[in-house]
Design a protein around this ligand. Structure first.
Ligand code: F6P
Length: 342
């Protein structure tokens, strides 16, 4: 039997935009570490805290009763400086001073790029846990935080529908997702939005204002007066929902209001699914360290635990659900031609 190194200490940090379920993942990491008799320290504010050696020891008592809260008790941050070679070398030296054998990074693609960069200068093991509302990491069916963000956006869309219906107005609800339309598509389908403007669709064929107006008017012809709710992924219209609403109202006489959901999508109580996958993936990350793995993300595919090389998580892309796109564009589109065969 090959001789295995006895591991003693791991570190954990949460990095980038916080996501509902990060606390649940942190709790799982700490509880798994205690179970396997590993000590844990947490670096505060992500890589920034690592560079500043801002840390705290973590034990089971510290993570009791946190999984029902969004945010992260060890704080998060974006750290542009971590891209530099000196920063990774400095972080490696700090991790070595603490005698850390493995580091768990809970975050999104930027955080995983940071983890891979650090791995070039540090000999310890690094495991990523996918924590981002954007759902834009390849290798896992869903990221921690996505389900909650969709539920929040859906709830907002439902509420907007009430007032939109009452006033016969067009509404544009801007959702997060940076470069990915997962929140837009899923919340739009869940709330029965008339149109979704998503990065993946805009790439192939950017929408024109004329096409948007035409669709709104045709829907009105088919249904009569009423509401029309559009989901707009952020950065997909110059000036965002506010500018698009102004253009529709001023240039085309369509009564239209914008609604920016913004960071509301990252707060509140994490959905059960986020708490559950966070719990599984947090434990999985620690077990991957014990198995000797490094430079991988702990993921879930069809209920199976997987380990995906970190660069694949941002180099490859999960497509939007093609069936959801099809049914929203064809079957649920009030102005699409009807057909009597499949
Ligand atoms: O990546 C997560 C995310 O919430 C994106 O959806 C959004 O574009 C971005 O973070 C916002 O970042 P910040 O919190 O730094 O404004």
């Amino acid at each position: 039997m090959s001789e295995q190194k006895q591991l003693t200490r791991i570190a954990v940090l949460t990095s980038g935009g916080d996501a509902p379920g990060m606390n649940a993942a942190l709790r799982a990491v700490v509880l798994a570490a205690e179970h396997y008799e590993l000590q844990v320290i947490g670096f505060k504010h992500g890589y920034q805290g690592l560079l500043e050696n801002d840390f705290l020891p973590l034990c089971a008592a510290d993570v009791q009763h946190i999984l029902q809260y969004s945010g992260t008790i060890i704080k998060s941050a974006r750290c542009a400086r971590f891209k530099e070679v000196e920063a990774a070398q400095q972080a490696a030296a700090i991790l070595d001073q603490h005698g850390i054998d493995g580091l768990v990074v809970i975050g999104g693609d930027g955080s995983f790029r940071g983890a891979e960069h650090l791995a070039n200068y540090w000999s310890g093991q690094i495991i990523g846990v996918p924590g981002t509302i954007d759902n834009d990491l390849y290798g896992t069916d869903v990221t921690i935080g996505f389900t909650t963000a969709v539920a929040i956006a859906m709830d907002a869309l439902d509420k907007i529908r009430d007032t939109a219906d009452a006033m016969d107005r067009v509404f544009i609800v801007e959702v997060m997702g940076r470069h990915a339309g997962f929140i837009g598509l899923n919340s739009g389908v869940a709330a029965g939005a008339e149109r979704m403007i998503l990065p993946e669709l805009q790439k192939d064929k950017p929408l024109t204002i004329a096409a948007i107006v035409k669709h709104i008017e045709r829907v009105k012809q088919v249904r009569g007066d009423g509401s029309y709710v559009m989901v707009l992924s952020e950065h997909q219209w110059p000036g965002g929902a506010v500018a698009l609403a102004e253009q529709l109202e001023a240039q085309h006489g369509l009564p239209c209001r914008p609604c920016l959901l913004g960071h509301i999508q990252r707060g509140g109580s994490p959905a059960p699914a986020d708490r559950i996958i966070a719990s599984e993936l947090g434990v999985h990350a620690v077990e991957l360290i014990l198995q000797g793995q490094t430079r991988v993300m702990a993921g879930l595919q069809a209920n199976q635990l997987v380990a995906i090389p970190l660069p694949e998580t941002w180099q490859k892309k999960n497509p939007l659900n093609a069936n959801l796109l099809r049914i929203s564009q064809d079957i649920f589109n009030p102005v699409k031609k009807r057909q009597n065969t499949l």
